[in-house]
Design a protein around this ligand. Structure first.
Ligand code: ATP
Ligand code: ZN
Length: 307
């Protein structure tokens, strides 16, 4: 009896409301290793979702959220989500559009920003898109490139290759390339220059079009957490001191989540103002606050922000 009771206690200690034995798990596909991996793992970490992502693992279950993680090659993720093997996944928009699978874009995630561009040898002149007419262009993105050329009325010869696209012109395989660019240093190192940006990409969460109600409810919990993390990243906590006469102007500059907190200082006629400030117009607001009489301004990052 004592043993039985202890077992119950042990079990209940490891149980949570999303226990795999009690309810559905949301199957989440993320890139196994590559440019999306670290930010994808961080996103779930910041959402308080714990799991073991140790090297070599292909699948793992969270111990505090009803989710199972699959670690896959990014190119395979849209297909797995369409087929229902995974419920949601994180990929670059470039891969999502290129694969053309029937999945929903659930949320833009703001990381892994890059562009898909056409580049030509640095020594060549470029007068516009019509110069690509009849040229051979090497790419791993034949669909996105094909759409761009078609929209511009250009007929070119698309050479699909799966990697090291940048060397194609120097080995005589193509006149131009169409590849992912972020800083442009790879193009430069291969004697190329960027002449057309044809697609801008960032990481997106894609989801199956046919999720059960139970899985949709887990997904909406996840999205709520992601929203709180993203809003926090776009805002800062600000504390400043100001003479009371400046308060109306300062309050006008710092609307905060509802309104700023005003606390009297030990020095007569002065107050401390606490509020949140958007990252977008941060420096303009700081200048305006200083002109209005604010002093001793402290700015602190926010971890989560829930309206
Ligand atoms: P896998 O082995 O999983 O197939 P991969 O080599 O195809 O990986 P990565 O190079 O890891 O892919 O890139 C994954 C995604 O990250 C790209 O599809 C793109 O959306 C984005 N990305 C690629 N290069 C950059 C870059 N230089 N900066 C930012 N994001 C990038
Ligand atoms: Zn890939």
């Amino acid at each position: 009896m004592a043993n039985f009771a202890r077992q119950i206690v042990l079990l209940s200690g490891t149980r949570f409301r999303g226990d795999p034995l009690l309810m559905d798990l949301l199957r989440i596909a993320i890139q196994k290793s590559g440019r999306l991996s670290e930010d994808s793992l961080n996103l779930f970490k910041e959402c308080g979702i714990k799991f073991d992502s140790g090297t070599g693992r292909l699948k793992t279950t969270s111990n505090n959220f009803p989710a199972e993680f699959l670690f896959l090659r990014d190119d395979d993720i849209p297909g797995y989500v369409e087929d229902g093997v995974a419920d949601i996944g994180i990929v670059g928009e470039n891969v999502h559009v290129e694969t053309g699978r029937h999945v929903e874009v659930v949320k833009k995630l703001g990381f892994s920003k890059c562009r898909l561009s056409i580049a030509i040898p640095r020594g060549e002149s470029y007068g516009g898109v019509q110069e690509l007419q009849g040229k051979a262009i090497a790419t791993s993105y034949p669909t996105i490139l094909g759409n761009f050329l078609k929209e511009n009325g250009i007929t070119a010869d698309i050479h699909e290759i799966s990697g090291s696209v940048e060397i194609a012109p120097s080995i005589g395989l193509a006149h131009a390339v169409c590849d992912i660019v972020s800083s442009g240093s790879t193009l430069l190192a291969n004697g190329l220059k960027e002449v057309e940006v044809i697609f801008r990409s960032e990481a997106v969460m894609i989801g199956s079009e046919k999720l059960s109600d139970a899985k949709r409810s887990i997904l909406s919990k996840l999205l709520f957490r992601i929203q709180a993390v993203q809003t926090a990243k776009n805002n800062k906590y600000i504390v400043l001191n100001a003479p009371n006469a400046s308060l109306p102007e300062i309050i006008g500059l710092l609307p905060g989540m509802k309104s700023p907190t005003i606390v009297p200082l030990g020095t007569e006629g002065w107050s401390a103002v606490h509020s949140v400030l958007s990252e977008e117009d941060f420096w303009d607001k700081i200048d305006a606050l200083r002109s209005a009489g604010a002093e001793g301004i402290l700015v602190v990052p926010i971890e989560k922000m829930i309206y």
